[in-house]
Design a protein around this ligand. Structure first.
Ligand SMILES: Nc1ncnc2c1ncn2[C@@H]1O[C@H](COP(=O)(O)OP(=O)(O)O)[C@@H](O)[C@H]1O
Ligand SMILES: [Mg+2]
Length: 483
């Protein structure tokens, strides 16, 4: 954009300078023209003046001869008249392209002849009489106009006037042309100066812009450097905070672990003695007493379950991740076998895709499957023809490029409205009366999947069963899982 303007201004300035040069050349031509005309006019005038002088000289010579009769004056007369014809011829050549002057010249030549013949007559009369002529004769011979017509001087003056008039006309025309040229020249020069100034200004601005750019580049470099330093210190701070956070987490985990662990001993005591009470003192208690003991034992068992779940959750967080490649289908079948062994009264069908290989920590993934399949087992307890499925499929959308694993059942299902709560500890969508539990299982699973850099989500519908999906790290995340 700027270069375009710059070029345009430059081109305009150059054009105007060229136009100016042309004007100057034209003005010079006109000037030389006038000079030539002036020279021409002067040349003509030189010749007319010479003719006039020659005519006067011959008149003077004749007068002297008429008075003195000295032949010297006769020869002077001859000398003076000798050149007149040549001078007239020269004028004729000079004014050849001017008809008026040519006519005037012819007339002048005639008048000169009249003058010359009067003088000739005077000489002849003096030669014949050998004495001075009388005043009347003298007058007749020496008069400027013997026949009373226009004098030679007058005719020559007319010609000179014409030449002067022509010269004046041409000079005036050239003066007019000159003032036009001068003004045009001045205007064009001003314009050229303006344009050159503008071009220079543009150039200066371009240079300034570049300088500014260089300056801002330098500023950017400085800012970048500052940013880099800030980033480095920020990274250091983040690292520091992460370390602190990890330490705090560790302390917290250790605390919850030891609390859960320490709670177990008194709980075992309560369990043992309540059992002893119900067995050894059953006959000494009435119905209400026995009911209380049963409730105490139920509570103790629930608490034992809760403590086990909490311990598992904390263990899952503390355990080192030891990734390897293994057959997850086998783990699923194993877990299912254990569930069957624990609850021999139920008949549940398992459909598991065989030979699905994953990279991850087999102990942790086994815990995850225990929880997911345990849930499936539990929430199908009221479903006839209970079915649990395990398999894998290629991920789509956000999970494009990764494998998605799933555990599906045809049990109680859940309301999708509360799906977000599922993976939070102690959050349960089903009452303890229908399905017993601690509400910590899915939180544990979620933690395991997160440790594998994967995602977990669920789909369900009340009475239609539920499906839990999970991934084990995104594309390339297997490397992390292995680390
Ligand atoms: N397979 C499932 N079908 C229906 N609901 C489920 C299923 N798995 C989990 N849920 C819902 O998620 C809640 C949390 O699960 P979980 O953390 O394992 O706790 P718990 O199994 O102890 O109830 C369950 O109480 C239940 O409401
Ligand atoms: Mg559970």
């Amino acid at each position: 954009m700027r270069t375009g303007k710059y070029r345009l201004a430059m081109a305009a300035a150059m054009l105007i300078v060229a136009f100016n040069a042309w004007l100057a050349i034209r003005a010079l031509h006109a000037f030389f023209d006038v000079q030539n005309w002036r020279a021409h006019t002067f040349e003509v005038l030189v010749h007319t003046k010479t003719v006039e002088a020659d005519v006067s000289k011959s008149t003077a010579a004749v007068r002297a001869y008429l008075i003195s009769g000295d032949p010297l004056y006769k020869s002077r007369y001859n000398d003076a008249t000798a050149d007149i014809d040549r001078e007239l011829d020269a004028i004729k050549t000079l004014t050849v392209d001017n008809n008026t002057q040519q006519e005037r010249l012819a007339y002048t030549r005639q008048r000169i002849l009249v003058r010359m013949s009067a003088l000739q007559t005077g000489i002849a009369m003096r030669d014949a009489t050998h004495e001075m002529l009388g005043p009347v004769s003298l007058m007749a011979v020496l008069t400027d106009s013997p026949d009373h017509g226009p004098t030679v001087a007058y005719c020559l003056q007319q010609m000179e006037n014409e030449e002067n008039r022509l010269l004046n006309d041409r000079t005036a025309a050239s003066l007019r042309a000159r003032s036009v040229v001068v003004w045009t020249f001045v205007a064009a020069s001003l314009l050229a100066i303006l344009l050159l100034g503008a071009t220079a200004e543009l150039g200066i601005r371009a240079v300034r812009d570049r300088q500014a750019l260089i300056n801002s580049e330098a500023e950017i470099r400085v800012l970048n450097e500052e940013l880099r330093i800030t980033n480095t210190s920020l990274e250091e701070r983040v690292e520091q905070r992460t370390k602190e956070l990890a330490n705090t987490n560790q302390e917290l985990e250790a605390f919850s672990y030891s609390v859960s662990h320490d709670l177990r001993a008194p709980l075992r005591t309560i369990d043992g003695f309540s059992l002893a009470l119900s067995e050894d003192y059953a006959d000494k208690l009435d119905e209400t007493g026995r009911d209380y003991i049963t409730r105490v034992r139920g509570g103790v068992q629930r608490m034992g379950l809760l403590i086990d779940s909490l311990l598992q959750l904390s263990r899952v967080t503390r355990m080192d991740l030891q990734s390897e490649r293994f057959d997850i289908s086998q783990v699923a079948s194993l877990v299912f076998g254990e569930l069957e062994a624990l609850d021999k009264d139920r008949s549940v069908e398992l459909v598991a895709q065989p030979g699905v290989l994953v990279v991850g920590d087999p102990r942790l993934i086994r815990i995850a499957l225990e929880n997911l399949m345990g849930n499936a087992w539990k929430f199908t307890s009221k479903t006839p023809n209970a079915l649990i499925q395990f398999g894998s499929m290629p991920g789509t959308g956000e999970y494009e490029g990764t494998t998605v694993y799933f555990v599906r059942d045809n049990g109680a299902g859940f309301d999708m409205q509360y799906v977000d709560r599922l993976f939070t500890a102690f959050q349960r969508l089903h009452g303890d009366r229908d399905f017993k539990g601690s509400g910590i299982g899915l939180a544990t699973v979620s933690r395991i999947i997160r440790r594998h850099h994967g995602s977990i989500w669920a789909e369900g519908q009340i009475g239609q069963g539920a499906t839990f999906y999970f991934t084990l790290g995104g594309p390339g995340a297997d490397v992390n899982a292995r680390a």
